[in-house]
Unconditional design. Structure first.
Length: 264
């Protein structure tokens, strides 16, 4: 089958966003349920537990315990992020094929590749962070080049390093458009963060720090964090997978594999 790229057509930014938001509209219970139950809610609970382990005066044993909790929280957060991303990849691929994935199917697909996906996320974060140190631009380039590595790993069951190479291949020739899509996603993300900050300030006024030190994280902060995190995670993951689908179609044409074959 001739690829879309061979016909002279270009990768469509509009298709990326319409497909990404389409899966949310078509299957809201599953996608928001995944982002809420696996992503946002546990993350807020982790933040709450971290805050509860920190006090004004700590002895050496308490400091060691707090550091252990902090490192453990980072690992658990990355693991949860990998699960959410993998699950939403499954939901988005189903929508792209005119199907609808259940919550169990999405989580099952993510669990099947959770360790490689976790390794991919960790290596990606380290690589981009190092790139950002060196004049910022290399980090941005790596971020764009590796933008669809996670969907590629889940959909194609590649290895970790093969997923990086696959993303590099798929984004080649369209990286300015990919960069534009990522910028739009970052803007959307910070809109959610801004709304969260405004809600928190409204709920707690200017006494947020005082409230935290005396009675813990305010309820308004917890609710706003859960809502904003659920929305941001859902949009980010579905659009990223939609970008993978668009790039794959553009480079190689519509794949003939069924979802049953992909996730068997």
């Amino acid at each position: 089958m001739a690829s879309v790229a061979e016909t002279g057509e270009t990768m469509s930014v509009g298709h990326v966003f319409s497909r990404g938001f389409g899966v949310i509209v078509d299957n809201p219970v599953t996608v928001f349920g995944i982002a809420f139950l696996i992503g946002a809610l546990p993350s807020v609970l982790i933040s709450w537990l971290q805050q509860r382990t920190v006090s004004g005066q700590m002895d050496s044993e308490q400091i060691v315990g707090s550091l252990a909790v902090a490192f453990g929280s980072i690992f658990v957060s990355l693991l949860l992020q990998a699960l959410v991303q993998g699950s939403l990849v499954r939901a988005t691929l189903a929508y792209a094929r005119g199907e609808r994935a259940t919550f169990a199917e999405c989580v099952g697909a993510a669990l099947a590749v959770v360790l490689p996906l976790l390794g991919l996320v960790v290596l990606m974060v380290i690589g981009i962070w190092i790139g950002m140190i060196f004049l910022f631009v290399p980090g941005v380039m790596l971020f764009v080049m590796w933008s669809v590595a996670s969907p590629a790993l889940v959909a194609e069951r590649t290895g970790v390093f093969e997923a990086f190479g696959r993303s590099r291949f798929l984004t080649k020739g369209a990286r300015w458009k990919v960069f534009g899509i990522e910028v739009i996603l970052i803007v959307i993300y910070y809109v959610f963060i801004g709304a969260f900050a405004a809600t928190t300030f409204t709920a707690t006024g200017s006494n947020f720090a005082t409230s935290v030190s005396t009675s813990g994280l305010p309820l308004g902060w917890l609710i706003a964090t859960i809502v904003s995190s659920t929305l941001a995670t859902t949009v980010w993951s579905t659009v990223q997978t939609s970008l993978y689908v668009e790039l794959r179609n553009w480079k190689e044409g519509l794949p003939e594999q069924s979802l049953a074959e992909i996730f068997s």
